[in-house]
Design a protein around this ligand. Structure first.
Ligand SMILES: O=c1ccn([C@H]2C[C@H](O)[C@@H](COP(=O)(O)OP(=O)(O)OP(=O)(O)O)O2)c(=O)[nH]1
Ligand SMILES: [Mg+2]
Length: 147
């Protein structure tokens, strides 16, 4: 599949930071770094500045996903994962980090905190009906088929 073109604008406080980049040739996500220093206490969350804004082509979104190493070693995740960057958003990309660990976690400016994964957006139209068709599952869910 051809790569899509994402327009990237540095913001003044991110002027010296690296452009989002794939760490390896086969990486799915482009790593992004924090544009600020901060410390998250256990249970705390914050919208962390990235220092850039982007314009995504119509028909696509960009997902903001956690890094597994931070999650496993420190309990640091993106609270809203996968975060959604809309194609019409022109503000600063922020990473909503949460500390689910048991110790303070210091984020250093320039440290990789999340990854961006572009994805195609399937639009839908809503059609209102009086009744939905019957299925074997019916209204069963939330573990109805067993553990
Ligand atoms: O992790 C994220 C999630 C969202 N956003 C920005 C880009 C996105 O286009 C916008 C809105 O996100 P979303 O639709 O998830 O939030 P909302 O609470 O529905 O806000 P809004 O009413 O602005 O749509 O916020 C980020 O920078 N980082
Ligand atoms: Mg929204």
């Amino acid at each position: 599949m051809e790569p899509i073109r994402i327009l990237f604008k540095r913001l003044p406080h991110g002027a010296d930071l690296p452009v989002p980049a794939y760490a390896t040739e086969g990486a799915a996500g482009m790593d992004i770094v924090a544009a600020e220093d901060l410390t998250l206490s256990p249970g705390e969350r914050a919208a962390v500045a990235s220092g850039f804004a982007i314009a995504i082509p119509p028909g696509f979104e960009v997902q903001v996903r956690p890094r597994s190493g931070l999650a496993l070693k420190h309990g640091i995740t993106c609270l809203n994962t996968p975060g959604t960057i809309d194609s019409d958003y022109r503000g600063e990309v922020k990473v909503i980090l949460a500390n689910l660990g048991q110790e303070d976690f210091a984020v250093g400016r320039g440290e990789r905190i999340a990854q961006l994964v572009p994805a195609a957006v399937q639009k839908a139209v809503i059609e209102t009906v009086a009744e939905l068709d019957a299925t074997v599952r019916g209204a069963g869910g939330f573990g109805s088929t067993g553990r």
